[in-house]
Design a binder for this molecule. Structure first.
Ligand code: HEM
Length: 501
């Protein structure tokens, strides 16, 4: 039977099911043979806009055709409207000539050669926070909440890496207040994206104002060691007299959210999956220790571990030493049943497959016929929304066997990264899309993967970790479905103690 449904962009509830009772592949009401369906949203506060049609592309084999339609299907219009509403800055329009282009150009500072200083700075800040808050303690078992634990380390380490340090200290005072406000704002984020007026959201406006005020230019100009990315944005905003100081600060706050809002939950999930799969954790830890030993990196309770981008890359692709290393590791831990091909990156990607649910939204710039494949096309009107929902791929049992199960080595094959996943016998170009697609793909994705690896490396090298017994499995908080990486519905209790290193 036809499986088409319409989903309200705000509530994510199923608004209508196809009632045509046609065979799969022949439904005329859903515009294109069950590989895409349209829904006219009548929800008053829908992010897409009342009365707009949304066409969901459900067939992953059609994704490449949609993604390459950059000219007619635009991302900026939607994201600009939503981001300015959520973060409280004026929409980036022609009122600020050249601003949009400069913002986009600045994203390069998160990538390529610029990734090295950013990653090195992150390593230093991660160790600084971890050492002062966790390492300089006695070695007994301690209990903590896992999301809270991940957040407290990553929030401050990311802040220091991006925005720098205060004039005469290595850490900012008032970080825990900022972090608490950030968490409160983050909870309201889905409602802001749905364009619910902020005055209807209790104290959210005051909280957002406090967060924004932290980034006022006179304060930021006192901080040292900020990233090139933030320094460049700071100077760029200073060129615009039409931007108030508060507007500039709101832009900086938006970047704080972009760099933490998805990364922290991603870190939570990979930590959770590894701790709840001890055999996987042991493999990943062994991989890491071997990479460090082969590179001659020494570390101890008193000496910080330093993982350079080159070390992190070795965790990505094991190269020719992979097989030798894997076989020894297998013997060491006596887990011969597992395919001897693995890497930390695979475990991260597998977690992202399970916990990320970003909707990729594009707005039609003109009336046109959207070509789906050689035979099929769909009529699209100017202003209509075309949406990709990659989570449907991530959890498709035809693409991923046993899709609800965490398999840390799912993305590895014969010591290489596995890239061959199939739908209806055809190899998929897009099989894992936590970072969006096309021109709007997350510019921080390389940094994000590096920092997740750094965080994992630090906790796996220095800590023994166990889940507390008597808890039910962690589940996803679906209120963020469509917006990125989902938070856990409830935090998870775990135990940790310092390892003898
Ligand atoms: C696991 C971590 C992360 C995930 C899953 C993620 C995911 C995403 C997604 C899905 C988008 C929207 C893309 C689209 O709709 O096509 C996005 C945009 C963005 N991300 Fe990330 N992101 C992560 C980490 C980061 C980090 C660490 C940074 C910065 C340091 C960052 C900076 C940005 C920015 C600036 C944008 C907006 C790009 C634009 O306006 O064109 N992200 N991210």
């Amino acid at each position: 039977m036809c499986a088409c449904i319409c989903v309200c962009a705000r509530s994510r509830r199923v608004a209508r099911r196809c009632e045509s009772r046609r065979e799969v592949g022949s439904c005329p009401r859903c515009c294109c043979w069950c590989s895409a369906f349209s829904c006219r949203c009548s929800c008053w506060s829908c992010a897409a806009g009342r009365g707009k049609y949304m066409t969901f592309i459900m067939d992953p084999l059609l994704y490449p055709n949609i993604i390459k339609q950059g000219r007619q299907l635009d991302f900026d219009e939607f994201s600009n409207r939503v981001a300015s509403f959520a973060f409280g800055y004026p929409p980036v329009t022609s009122k600020f000539p050249g601003l949009k282009e400069q913002i986009t150009r600045g994203f390069i500072l998160l990538q390529g050669d610029n990734l090295t200083p950013l990653t090195e700075s992150m390593m230093g800040n991660l160790m600084l926070v971890f050492r002062q808050d966790y390492l300089d303690q006695e070695s007994s078992w301690k209990t903590a909440y896992m999301h809270k634990f991940c957040n407290s380390i990553m929030f401050e380490a990311t802040f220091l890496t991006m925005y720098g340090k205060p004039p005469s200290a290595s850490r900012h005072s008032g970080m825990s207040v900022l972090e608490t406000d950030f968490i409160k704002f983050d909870k309201m984020f889905p409602l802001l994206v749905a364009q619910i007026p902020i005055w209807l959201l209790g104290r959210t406006r005051a909280i957002r104002e406090r967060l924004i005020n932290y980034f006022l230019p006179h304060q930021m100009s006192c901080w040292s060691h900020s990233s090139e990315f933030i320094r460049t944005r700071f100077e760029m905003f200073e060129q615009y007299d039409t931007l108030r100081d508060f507007d500039k600060a709101a832009h900086h706050f938006a970047i704080l959210w972009a760099s933490l809002g998805n990364t922290v939950p991603a870190i939570f999930w990979v930590t959770y999956y590894l701790v709840s799969h001890p055999e996987a954790l042991q493999f990943v830890r062994q991989e890491l220790e071997d990479v460090l030993r082969l590179s001659g990196v020494e570390f101890s309770r008193d000496k910080d571990v330093t993982l350079t981008p080159a070390h992190l890359e070795k965790l990505l692709y094991m190269g020719t030493c992979t097989q030798r290393f894997c076989i020894r590791t297998l013997r060491d831990v006596n887990l011969k049943i597992i395919d001897p091909t693995f890497s930390t990156e695979s475990a991260i990607e597998e977690s992202l497959r399970l916990c990320s649910a970003s909707m990729n939204i594009r707005v039609a710039q003109e009336d046109f016929s959207l070509r789906l494949d050689a035979e099929r096309s769909a009529a699209v009107r100017k202003g209509d929304i075309i949406a990709l929902y990659p989570q449907a791929i991530h959890l498709d049992p035809e693409i991923y066997e046993d899709p609800q199960t965490f398999r840390f080595d799912r993305y590895m094959q014969n010591g290489q990264k596995k890239t061959n996943f199939y739908k209806r016998g055809q190899k998929l170009k897009h099989y894992l899309m936590p970072f969006g697609s096309g021109a709007s793909k997350c510019p921080g994705r390389f940094f994000a993967i590096n920092e997740i690896k750094q965080f994992l490396s630090v906790i796996l090298l220095y800590l023994d970790l166990e889940l507390e017994e008597g808890q039910s499995k962690a589940t996803l908080d679906l209120s963020r479905a469509g917006l990125g990486v989902m938070l856990p519905a409830e935090d998870v209790r775990f135990r940790y103690r310092l390892r003898p290193v």
